[in-house]
Design a protein around this ligand. Structure first.
Ligand code: MG
Length: 246
């Protein structure tokens, strides 16, 4: 971790960290929901007889729905989907997701958020999701952690991941922070690209089927195997960053 932290400071021209917030992606980081997203996308595309690539929906994770649909349309039909098609396809995918999603939380996620909060750091959510019930669900599973003021959702941005806008908004909601005042926690290549483009030290947790090299290739400073591993190393990491300056 020490080396990764120093490498980040050199690359982004900072002399030290001044950590105030940790920005968390949601799907695949807090919730074990990616298998249900993947299954729902594949079934929706199968029903429409549209071809997709192996692990495509893990590679596409983090994009807004419209962008994922257009990628598949361009490959199969050499055109974007119409607004009506997007509405219909996204509705079907969402319907299937409701059916398949177990709502399971990753082990380690809740105690990690409580630890961050108790350490005086602000947990901020940065998700491309636009489900209206999101806040209620987060409040049930992680009580007192997130408020509308500390959440970036699909409704807060015009550009989805991999564009830096979601994480730049996250820095804003964290308290008008500079990139060296936050960490990002991501599981997906495009989410990592978004956070890195915003200039943030990005920790990848590899909770899915893609190889670690894809996540580090997207720009992650460090790749961990689980939220539990992050929970285990966070006290030492917070201690370390107070002592590092270059
Ligand atoms: Mg994710």
């Amino acid at each position: 971790m020490n080396e990764a932290l120093i490498h980040y400071l050199q690359k982004f021209h900072f002399t030290q960290f001044d950590l105030k917030a940790i920005l968390f992606d949601m799907d695949g980081v807090l919730y074990d929901s990616m298998p249900a997203h993947d299954r729902s996308w594949r079934q929706t595309m199968d029903e429409m007889k549209l071809h997709y690539l192996p692990q495509e929906f893990y590679f596409q994770e983090g994009r807004v729905g419209q962008s994922t649909i257009n990628t598949v349309f361009q490959r199969n039909l050499h055109r974007d989907a119409t607004e009506e098609e997007i509405k219909r396809i996204y509705a079907r995918k969402s319907e299937l997701f409701q059916q398949y999603n177990s709502g399971a939380i990753f082990s380690g996620a809740a105690p990690l958020l409580r630890y961050i909060d108790a350490s005086g750091l602000k947990p901020v959510l940065v998700t491309g999701s636009g489900q209206p019930s999101l806040l209620d669900r987060l409040e049930t599973h992680f009580p007192g952690i997130f408020t509308p003021e500390t959440m970036v959702t699909a409704f807060d941005v015009t550009e989805g991941k991999p564009h830096p806008e979601p994480y730049l908004r996250g820095l804003q909601k964290g308290g008008d922070l500079k990139p060296n005042q936050a960490f990002a926690v991501e599981n997906a290549p495009l989410g990592i690209e978004s956070a890195v483009a915003a200039g943030i030290f990005t920790i990848a947790v590899n909770t899915g089927p893609l190889s670690n090299s894809i996540l580090s290739g997207a720009g992650a400073s460090i790749v961990l195997s689980s939220m539990e591993e992050l929970l285990k190393i966070i006290p030492e990491t917070l201690h370390l960053i107070g002592r590092i300056s270059i």
